[in-house]
Design a protein around this ligand. Structure first.
Ligand code: FE2
Ligand code: FE2
Length: 281
């Protein structure tokens, strides 16, 4: 099987079971510039894109198991979209060389595993994947991800970057409510997401012009209405970006960044949590 064939399998198969089937070990990469890339993934009804609003439960309601399970449902949706979008990227960017294609593939395999782990955990907690509507927010960004560089800026530096904050925050909140299993899961995912964002930074360092700062490069690759606000959670943990290897300038600029989306209704932050990071609204 070729890598392209496997990516078609991810995008065109409709059930969760098929999408979660890992690739064969002897997969080979044969780039082909004449492929037609699906613009949306195939999904069975239960997993279909939905325009219905489905928000992550508020932190003050995490004492209830169902709410913690629904938060995991929310994260699982992000993993499903990420897995599909890495398949979409591998199909879309045939010309980037074997090393970068393999980096995309490594991330795809992790996202697939993350999705499987989240689904298993929510099932243990009494929730099925697809019980709640699945938004398709990441898929809405594909028109802005026409090149490998813009894909990297949006997917890896922004959305996966923000996931470092979410994984850290929710890992702590699960722990606070005695849900050690879910907390451990967030920790595994956090560590692997660090590697994903690092792969994004590798693309930046490969492409930017000598003296350009990482922040300037990044800012040029994204376009309004997509802003750096998407690259962090409502709670920002700068040390997670240090682990990735971002410059201090990048970390500070991201921390200070505000836009018109920055005024969501404030979470009630548990006392214990207030010193953990920077609340950025
Ligand atoms: Fe992931
Ligand atoms: Fe990721």
């Amino acid at each position: 099987m070729t890598l392209n064939e496997y990516c078609y399998h991810i995008l065109l198969s409709s059930t969760l079971g098929e999408k979660l089937t890992p690739p064969p070990c002897d997969i080979i990469d044969i780039p082909n510039l004449n492929l037609e890339v699906p613009i949306v993934p195939n999904r069975e009804i239960k997993l279909a894109f939905s325009d219905q609003k489905s928000k992550i439960p508020r932190l003050e309601h995490f004492n209830q198991k169902t709410n913690r399970a629904l938060a995991i449902h929310h994260f699982a949706n992000h993993e499903l979209m990420a897995m599909e979008l890495f398949a979409w990227a591998i199909l879309s960017f045939q010309e980037i060389g074997f090393e970068f294609r393999n980096d995309l593939f490594k991330t795809l395999k992790d996202e697939q595993r993350h999705l499987g782990m989240y689904v298993k955990r929510m099932n243990e907690m009494g929730v099925e994947f697809g019980d709640k509507p699945l938004n398709y927010i990441f898929w809405k960004f594909t028109p802005a991800m026409k090149t490998f560089e813009t894909f990297t800026a949006i997917m890896s530096l922004s959305l996966e970057g923000a996931n470092l904050d979410f994984a850290t925050l929710y890992g702590k909140v699960f722990e606070l409510h005695g849900d050690t299993e879910s907390s451990k899961l967030m920790n595994i995912i956090y560590k692997e997401e660090i590697a994903h964002v690092k792969r994004g930074l590798k693309v930046v360092h490969h492409n930017k012009i000598d003296r350009e700062s990482d922040w300037d490069y990044y800012s040029k690759k994204i376009q309004h209405p997509f802003t750096p606000r998407r690259a962090k959670g409502y709670f920002y943990f700068p040390h997670t970006r240090e682990k990735v290897g971002f410059s201090q300038e990048f970390i500070l600029n991201l921390g200070e960044y505000r836009d018109e989306f920055s005024n969501r209704k404030k979470e009630v932050i548990p006392e214990e949590l207030k010193s953990w990071g920077i609340y950025s609204g």
